[in-house]
Write a protein that binds this ligand. Structure first.
Ligand SMILES: Cc1ncc(C[n+]2csc(CCOP(=O)(O)OP(=O)(O)O)c2C)c(N)n1
Length: 332
């Protein structure tokens, strides 16, 4: 997809972005249903509310670029091109899942599309992304790594070590902080001495910027600049994207609690929802009609139902698979 400037309306691209965001939203609503029915076990962190971040950034990557992310990974895997069937089967813990049913919600992985996880340890993947970027530069390649993290990760030592290396060695990496205001039940103001997360890049000579994460066009524009910088100049970026999660931290938590008000949540849902904002803009610009959105919803509902049916029919991994894929077989 070509770069799109904020304010312009490109009907085809707009529709693609809308489809990408609605697919994530409906897929995760279905996942919540599956979780309630006991089809999904273990932890399950939904991305609902944050879709403009993944849809704004990931389609800008080339197939040979890489991405890494946290445990809030279902939507991002879908946007990167892991099939809805493989993501749902992974959630169900089935053999046809993208991690062969052994990773679950937090550990989506698909080497075919250079989706290097899905990581459950907060900040644990940030140095891995630096390592992948180092390998690219070492080989003289022009690929880029995008690494997503939550804002709570930036107070972890691994973040600082990796950021220092990225700045020192000029690595082709874009670190994206998805600042959804809360790390579990702790507001960022209570946890971080620096509230403007992007400014931490200054400590490490890493270019940095902040963008409204509910505006998919703005996210896309900021990400394009960062990706270009990484690809052309081997130059890293720390991009803070301000967004909001609607659901609880994970499926085990209530949507609102003592840490945030229902009013705040309603405000985002009704006035700052990324899907509503984009559809309203496209309708106002006559780039799309209500009937097109209805057709899109129908198409997406069928994709999501198909992924459920596929996952439900897929077998569980056999017990013998327990020790498979633990070590890589080598010939040396
Ligand atoms: C090293 C480590 N410490 C603690 C946890 C427990 N934990 C899981 S998620 C989380 C909050 C992370 O918040 P944030 O990085 O802002 O991401 P979000 O969940 O908001 O997407 C914590 C503390 C963990 N998984 N790993």
């Amino acid at each position: 997809m070509a770069a799109k400037k904020k304010g312009e309306t490109d009907a085809t691209l707009g529709k693609e972005l809308l489809h990408s965001m609605i697919l994530q939203r409906r897929f995760e609503e279905k996942s919540a249903e599956a979780y309630a029915l006991g089809k999904i076990g273990g932890f399950c962190h939904l991305y609902i509310g944050q879709e403009a971040v993944s849809s704004g950034i990931i389609p800008l990557l080339r197939p040979d670029d890489y991405m890494l992310t946290t445990y809030r990974d279902h939507g991002q895997a879908l946007v990167r091109g892991v099939t809805p069937r493989a993501v749902m089967a992974e959630l169900f813990g089935r053999i046809d899942g993208c991690s062969r049913g052994k990773g679950g919600s937090m550990h989506m992985f698909d080497r075919d599309v250079n989706f290097l996880g899905g990581h459950g340890i907060v900040a644990g993947h940030i140095p891995l992304a630096a390592g992948v970027a180092f390998a690219i530069k070492y080989r003289g390649g022009d690929q880029v790594v995008v690494c997503f993290m939550g804002e709570a990760a930036v107070n972890n030592g691994a973040f600082h070590e990796a950021m220092n290396m990225a700045g020192l060695w000029r690595l082709p990496v874009v670190y994206v902080i998805e600042n959804n205001k809360y790390g579990m039940g702790t507001a960022v103001e209570r946890a971080s001495s620096i509230k403007d997360m992007y400014k931490r890049g200054d400590s490490y000579q890493v270019d940095n910027a902040v963008v409204d994460g509910q505006d998919v066009w703005a996210v896309r524009e900021a990400a394009q600049e960062a990706i270009d910088r990484a690809r052309k100049d081997y130059s890293p970026t720390l991009l803070e994207v301000r967004t909001y999660r609607y659901m609880g931290h994970s499926m085990s938590d209530a949507a609102s609690g003592t840490y945030r008000t229902k009013e705040e949540l309603d405000e985002y849902r009704t006035k700052r929802d990324p899907i509503n904002l984009l559809s309203a803009q496209l309708i106002a610009d006559k780039a799309i009609k209500e009937a097109d959105i209805e057709a899109m919803e129908k198409d997406i509902a069928a994709i999501v139902q198909d992924s459920w049916d596929f996952a439900d029919a897929s077998p569980e991994p056999p017990i013998e698979a327990l020790h498979e894929d633990v070590y890589v077989e080598t010939t040396t």
